[in-house]
Write a protein that binds this ligand. Structure first.
Ligand SMILES: Nc1ncnc2c1ncn2[C@@H]1O[C@H](COP(=O)(O)OP(=O)(O)O)[C@@H](O)[C@H]1O
Ligand SMILES: [Mg+2]
Length: 341
């Protein structure tokens, strides 16, 4: 493991930001720290980066206890959410700044600046000042400035949050490419599950100051260990319902699945595993809201006192109106029981 945090506690005044957080990251991996706002993502990265102390817990970097290692000795770089650049310096000077400060010669610095600018595809913008750059270009310079010293570990705090949707798509691909080409360990914080599942090899889910689950995107999506984890991955969020085993089958409150021999417990029904089915419906539900997303339609449904979501594809979905009562079928093959809490 390149880094290991164990049972970290951190409070700001009386407010506990981290409540026993444990996290480990493998050398060379691309790991996402995924969680909602205020979960403790930035605090965690700042502790790893040496910008924040801890109240309690253990932290090792590269196999060595690192709590007392100063920032400069950590061989890592951090890209902040607001990718602040020096406004009065050119792109080349912004990129070269960390090297000059580290005492590299002008010539060496120039070579590395060119190299880095090419890697980040901003070589043609090297002479201009940040004010003349687009948001995406500024982001690339900030990442370049972090990478130019060839750190062993790169921390990225919501690197894509401040970019518009199209740029975000582009930078997702870019970051993956950089990770592959450089082989550097990357740990990035994000509140966006799509970003995490599409980019990361490993995801650590953070909630209220603790890591509540970790694994590959597939592991966490296919076999969530709690309702919270099930809802944090997948969009729209999963339906989680209580099921009771009865002599007539599995009763979900709004439907009874006679052909399903399932034990009592909590069940995950992904929105794409509920489908409009007039021929063999399990139950009927009222449509309360419709989101048309282009190639798919999200139906917000009410069945008894259960709020459910369903994703539909194709023509039939387009004929549905708010207020309709629609017939639905649950895909048996994808009905997932959560483990006992
Ligand atoms: N310097 C600070 N002073 C007081 N409270 C803070 C400070 N930094 C973070 N917090 C609080 O700690 C919690 C975790 O914050 P943060 O790590 O920034 O979460 P995230 O990055 O996941 O949004 C939040 O409730 C936040 O308000
Ligand atoms: Mg943050």
């Amino acid at each position: 493991m390149i880094l290991e945090l164990s049972d970290i506690h951190k409070s700001y005044g009386r407010h506990a930001a981290l409540k026993g957080l444990s996290l480990s990251v493998r050398e060379g991996s691309f790991t996402a720290l995924l969680g909602p706002s205020s979960a403790g993502k930035t605090t965690t990265l700042r502790i790893i980066g040496g910008l924040e102390t801890v109240d309690r817990g253990a932290f090792s970097l590269y196999g060595q206890d690192a709590l007392d290692v100063p920032v400069q000795g950590r061989d890592l770089a951090m890209v902040f959410q607001t990718f602040a650049l020096y406004p009065h310096l050119t792109v080349a000077e912004n990129l070269g700044y960390p090297l000059r400060r580290a005492g590299l010669s002008r010539a060496e610095t120039a070579t590395r600046v060119t190299e880095t600018a090419e890697m980040l595809r901003i070589a043609h913008r090297i002479a201009v000042k940040p004010g003349q750059l687009s948001g995406g270009e500024r982001q690339r310079v900030a990442i370049g400035r972090a990478l130019i010293r060839k750190p062993r570990l790169l921390l990225l705090d919501e690197p894509l949050t401040n970019l518009d949707a199209k740029l975000r798509d582009e930078m997702r691909v870019e970051l993956k490419r950089l990770h592959r080409e450089l082989g550097i360990t990357m740990l990035f914080a994000t509140p966006d599950q799509l970003e995490a599942t599409s980019m990361a090899e490993q995801i650590a889910l953070i909630d209220d100051g603790r890591i509540i689950a970790r694994g590959t995107p597939d592991d966490l999506y296919e076999a969530p260990r709690s309702a919270k984890v099930a809802r944090m991955l997948g969009s729209p969020p999963a339906n989680v319902v209580a099921g009771a085993a009865t002599p007539r089958g599995l009763s979900l409150g709004f439907a009874t699945l006679a052909d399903a021999a399932h034990p009592s417990g909590q069940y995950v029904i992904r929105p794409n595993h509920l489908r409009l089915d007039p021929a063999a419906p399990d139950f009927r539900a009222d449509v309360v809201l419709i989101e048309a997303l282009g190639d798919s339609t999200v139906l917000h449904l009410e069945a008894g006192d259960h709020a459910l979501r369903c994703v539909c594809f194709g023509e039939t979905a387009r004929t549905v109106r708010i207020g309709d009562e629609v017939p639905l079928r649950i895909d048996r093959d994808h009905l997932r029981a959560l483990p006992e809490p």
